[in-house]
Design a protein around this ligand. Structure first.
Ligand code: ATP
Length: 389
């Protein structure tokens, strides 16, 4: 479709960036980026006129997204140059040519474009020899100031290293080390966004270790000496998730990995330098009080855990127990699974209806009931009422 519209409108159109890299690596990628030598917004309009779907404009950036009738998202940009008037700030935008568009990108493997016009379909534009670096599994910056321009690229480099099992070349690695202090110029929000992406990839323990080597954690107050312990804890957490498949929200896992070096160095308070959500705060608070809990190793029934752990979120519980390698891990997992959809057979109202006098003792009764439900001893309101009498 894009190819035909390119021909009709006389525009040069290229597939560009991550999607080209992933095509060569034969990895799936639904983020389709195309770049038009000319006005991207106009071209998205032509695509819509030819094939339907909808167009969303992003006027300030001069870009548009064409949503294909099939639901696929295609980002359309004008070949442009983004320059940096202040390091670590968002780029300003200026129209320019394709090669300048490629030059502002992060790594050689991400700086390739494939022409989509019918007569030259599939022609590769590869000014930095990204294809050779793909073959030799190398992450290489395009110029020496790349990480100074944008320190998040260091985190991107680590992400591609671990995801593809690539390595930075020597020069890139030493630039990364030299620019790492710049990480602190970034807003907490940007760091958090990169952490989310980093720790969603397959190998969080490896990522943590690599970030120690590149002195990332050290910029934020964690010492070198915590590297090994953090790596081990991350491995235990990952194994726990894999073996027990707990119900805890997958989306929040990145934060648990991110917290490990701070936890290991007993400097959880340092995490407040990042922009945290309510849920993140609760996690940190839970960890603090969970450290004091004693006696969970002896527990053998799911319900009994409830007495210790009722008020704690799944993530914090898993974070703590994964590193203990306790024999009763299975029981804890059963507990977590059962409590997600624990039925409520009786409420305070029901107790009053049963002729009981309301008071603080209700809490104890309802907790005992929950414990029995979680143990599988009570399975209906009738059984709950029997139990009550
Ligand atoms: P993923 O598969 O994780 O989304 P990607 O490379 O496809 O990886 P995007 O972050 O969507 O991911 O980036 C698309 C392209 O934009 C990259 O391939 C790269 O060329 C360019 N790019 C993204 N971020 C930067 C950056 N900070 N500096 C320079 N170029 C960047």
């Amino acid at each position: 479709d894009i190819s035909r519209t390119a021909e009709r409108t006389g525009s040069r159109v290229y597939l560009i960036g991550g999607i080209v890299r992933d095509l060569f690596l034969e990895r799936p990628n639904d983020d389709i980026d195309i770049v038009v030598e000319g006005q991207g917004i106009d071209f998205a309009g032509h695509l819509q006129a030819d094939y339907g779907g909808t167009v969303k404009m992003h006027e300030t950036f001069g870009t548009a997204t064409w949503i294909h009738p099939s639901g696929l998202y295609i980002d359309v940009t004008s070949a442009r140059l983004e320059y940096y008037d202040r390091p670590a700030s968002l780029p300003d935008v200026e129209l320019s040519t394709l090669s300048e568009d490629l030059y502002r990108r992060d790594f050689t493997i991400n700086s390739m474009a494939l022409c989509l016009n019918p007569e030259v379909f599939g022609d590769l534009v590869d000014p930095f020899n990204g294809q050779a670096d793909l073959r030799s599994k190398t992450i290489k910056v395009l110029h020496n100031l790349s990480f100074i321009d944008d320190p998040t690229r260091i985190l991107r480099a680590v992400r591609f290293e671990t995801r593809f099992d690539f390595l930075m070349d020597k020069q890139t690695e030493s630039l990364a080390l030299n620019s790492m202090a710049r990480m602190k110029d970034l807003s907490a929000h940007r760091i958090v966004e990169e952490m989310k992406r980093l720790f969603k990839d397959e190998n969080p323990p490896g990522t943590i270790k690599r970030l120690f080597k590149l002195r990332f954690w050290q910029q934020f107050g964690v010492d070198d000496g915590n590297a090994e312990q953090s790596y081990i804890h991350a491995g235990q957490l990952k194994t726990f998730y894999e073996i027990h498949k707990p119900p805890a929200g997958r989306k929040a896992r990145w934060f648990n990995y991110f917290a490990i070096p701070f936890f290991t160095s007993r400097k959880m308070h340092l995490m407040h330098q990042f922009s945290l959500t309510k849920r993140n705060h609760k996690f940190l608070q839970d960890l603090r009080s969970l450290s004091d809990i004693q006696g969970v190793e002896q527990v053998r029934q799911p319900g009994a855990f409830h007495r210790f752990l009722k008020h704690y979120d799944d993530e914090a519980i898993i974070f703590m127990i994964a590193k203990e390698n306790m024999e009763n891990e299975d029981v804890i997992t059963t507990y977590l699974k059962r409590r997600v959809d624990m039925p409520v057979f009786l409420t305070g109202e029901d107790l009053i209806q049963e002729g009981m006098k309301p008071g603080p003792h209700f809490r104890g009764i309802l907790l005992d009931l929950e414990v029995s439900v979680l143990n599988g001893e009570i399975n209906s309101t009738d059984e709950a009422l029997d139990w009550l009498h």
